[in-house]
Design a protein around this ligand. Sequence first.
Ligand code: UD1
Length: 384
Amino acid sequence: MRGSRIMLVAGARPNFMKVAPVLHALKDAGAQVILVHTGQHYDYAMSGTFFDDLGLPAPDHYLDVGSGSHAVQTARVMESFEPVLLATKPDWVLVAGDVNSTLACALVAAKLRETTGSRIAHIEAGLRSRDWRMPEEVNRVLTDRLSDLLLLPSRDAETNLLAEGITADRIAFAGNVMIDTLLSQLPMAKALDMPARYDVGRGGYVVVTLHRPSNVDDASSLENILEALAEIAEERTVIFPVHPRTAKNAGQFGLDDLVRRLRTTEPLGYREMLGLVEGAAAVLTDSGGLQEETTVLGVPCVTLREQTERPITLSEGTNRLAPWPLTAAGIVTSFREAVSPRTAGRPAPDGWDGHAADRIVAALRARNVNLRARAELPEPALQV
Ligand code: UD1
């Protein structure tokens, strides 16, 4: 009997650290892995450096879709992915997270289910912001609806899926694959001594990331946030790796004077960013992944959004939401509260332990995926 063929799809920056540990665990387990990179993110800073840092092999299929409106980007991924799926007919297609590539590939695979026999698994299923204005929320809900196997990053995600009528037999608890990557990369990230590169001491600086369209595509909201950051920069160094969307908009809106008061850099590689965040006094961000990473690192996080699809980082982690609607004063106050005497370290949420990818392999095995037995490792317990 031939071994199972598993396709892994990655498209944009937040996908790469989720896909890497799963790829390594599947290969260790003897699966034939097909890696597809849609090319949604294509710059070296947004993509290539992550492949290097995470030991990802060159993709078997690179779809080169590039940027575009949501419709254009999603459609291009679908058009380019369909022939690849038809030619390879994997047993499973694994998609991760909530970016346009995630939904596009899940949709193609769902429509071809009868032809290819491929089943779909969603890594990081069940997260909900309940804000339909977020493109990622649309991607999350629809990808979950299309998937045969929903792999939960945290326990609270199950309630969301059951409430939407998804049956328990399609759900498996995996834990957080991104934390697998974080824990395995942390020693190398620390060895870079990133604070020294910026000439700051540990705890003497804050790290900022901003890219959500709701924050950076509107001139007054971007101005509010930058004003807050400029005020914070009078007390501590603000290190700001600038996402291409944000850089473009700040220029167009005439906000470059505010940006110049911060220590800006190009987007950083995975390890560099991790090394910087690990030593920070706090992080201010609108990213999803950083809310989770700061929780595990015990670094206070101020999230610049109205709500979060990762509420476990509020209840069990170091995250807080800045008061909404965002104002410069509200952000500064929230930051000051966050850095006031550090809350004692809490244990990380269940399953954020470095073994999520092993539980994904176990969940696939439990669904008749034919993998070579791993003699040297005990079978990880599958928690459903
Ligand atoms: C995408 C994801 C978002 C994720 C974010 C992380 C969706 C709906 N959004 O948003 O969930 O948090 O990535 O970065 O999938 N650009 C470059 N180089 C690149 C990629 C993009 O310059 O390698 C530019 C594009 O030209 C565009 C802008 O960055 O102007 C935004 O890129 P896009 O992929 O459309 O969305 P993100 O905002 O990155």
